[in-house]
Design a protein around this ligand. Structure first.
Ligand code: ADP
Length: 420
């Protein structure tokens, strides 16, 4: 039977996976369609590899079943399955004494004669598989000499040489550096888009998965807790629950994870907004400060980052002017802080009320660091106040590394000229 357009390429019906006397995940129901990139996400031991091994018939189902292009998985002959599905597992393989071309050619076995002789079509297939993973230049190299990143691409090329409709990969980026990690993900995405291959991959990087996947499966507690688009499935709460985050938070607007800090260094009030605060919030968090900030707008990057970092954040609605009530709330937070950082936000009608916060800090004699080459006009700086100006966020944070409260700052910036 050939697949129709709407027919799932793979369908799990009440599938249970696991090992003898060791169920891992039960009652799984899902379908995978042509050209979809599906990421399996979940903590270690959740059952991602076990599921991939079951889908590829390396393990028998413990219950229920799998249909592949409308036929039950167990009814397919080894050759029929190999023409539909290729698998790249993480097991470190003993490097064979082949060239890369010869190694990739092994993937042609479902298409060659019983002696494994390569015809012209097979050679073309091997060459185009190597081209698809940007590894043509490796063709004559000994497989054993390859780096981890090169080897991963060649393993993918061998799988592609099978000319499969489905590619299953177990942690395809696990041993790779960032460059190869990104490259492998881009290659897989292109295989889905350009060749209509269905990719099912277990991944550790939830942020990369969010960016490339058409569907994500969140696996934990013996089941699939969500199978949906990443935009729907990867809510802050869902990712926190999936990985049992304590000091981290996933933010889908930012498409990444924010790491919270110890918060034991003191309290910093950050006058931010208009995207000026995000970098400073992260730096202060890294250095162990607890953050309060304001007044920002709800749709501002700063608001997303601050909240993901667990900051107390005074915010007003998008496009709304900053009102007195919001400024007063921010002043209350500021009064309880050991340090004030002005992020150098651009000042305009929508946020000029925040200058009152800087003025309040100056009047309190608070330690204030400012990321500008001059304070905005209108602020009154009295003798004895010591706001310190920095033009570079890195220098500001360097100064904080040795900062002791109630002691003069080691200054990388210049002290502001005080009014006599
Ligand atoms: P993941 O890929 O999500 O990290 P796995 O599928 O590798 O998780 O493992 C799921 C569970 O199955 C784990 O508790 C693991 O210890 C167990 N497990 C893995 N391989 C075997 C095996 N060969 N026999 C018995 N249990 C296994």
């Amino acid at each position: 039977m050939s697949a129709t357009i709407d027919q799932p390429v793979i369908e799990a019906c009440d599938l249970s996976v696991g090992y003898k006397n060791r169920p891992v995940a039960r009652h799984l129901n899902f379908s995978c369609h042509a050209g979809q990139f599906i990421s399996l996400l979940g903590p270690n031991g959740a059952g991602k590899t076990t599921l991939l091994r079951t889908l590829s018939r390396h393990l028998p189902p413990q219950g229920g079943g799998v249909r592949v292009q409308g036929r039950s998985l167990e009814s397919l002959s080894a050759m029929e399955l190999a023409r539909i599905m290729a698998v790249v597992l993480t097991d470190k393989i003993a490097p064979p004494l082949f060239t890369v071309f010869e190694f990739v050619a092994l993937g042609r076995y479902p298409h060659t004669d019983y002696l494994g002789r390569l015809g012209t079509r097979d050679r073309v297939a091997v060459t185009s598989s190597l081209a698809a993973v940007h590894a043509l230049d490796l063709a004559n190299r000994p497989f054993a000499d390859l780096s981890d990143g090169e080897r991963q691409k060649v393993l993918m090329a061998r799988a592609l040489a099978q000319d499969p409709r489905v590619l299953l990969l177990d942690e395809p980026t696990i041993h790779l550096d960032l460059k190869h990690r990104v490259e492998v993900m881009a290659i897989l995405r292109d295989l889905c888009r350009n060749k209509g291959i269905t990719v099912i991959a277990s991944l550790h990087d939830v942020d990369i998965a969010a960016k490339v996947s058409d569907r994500v499966a969140l696996i934990r507690d013996g089941g699939i807790v969500a199978w949906d688009t990443p935009e729907t499935a990867l809510s802050r709460q869902a990712v926190t629950a999936l990985y049992d985050f304590d000091k981290a938070e996933f933010n889908r607007h930012l498409g990444g994870i924010e790491l919270r800090g110890a918060g034991d260094r003191g309290r910093a009030f950050v006058v931010g907004g208009m995207g000026s605060g995000a970098l400073i919030y992260r730096m202060l968090t890294k250095k162990g400060f607890t953050i309060a900030t304001g007044v920002v707008h709800e749709n501002d990057l700063d608001c997303f980052v601050a909240r993901s970092l667990g900051a107390e954040c005074v915010a007003v609605g998008p496009m709304e002017p900053i009102d007195n009530a919001a400024v007063d709330r921010a002043k209350t937070l500021l009064a309880a802080c050991d340090l004030v950082v002005d992020c150098g936000f651009p000042v305009g009608p929508v946020n000029e009320a925040n200058l009152a916060l800087m003025q309040a800090a100056l009047e309190r004699g608070a330690t204030m660091l400012s990321l500008r080459d001059g304070l905005p006009p209108g602020l009154r700086v009295n003798k004895g106040d010591t706001p310190v100006l920095f033009t570079d966020a890195g220098h500001l944070i360097e100064a904080l590394e040795t900062f002791q409260f109630h002691r003069p700052l080691p200054v990388h910036g210049e002290e502001v000229q005080c009014i006599p």
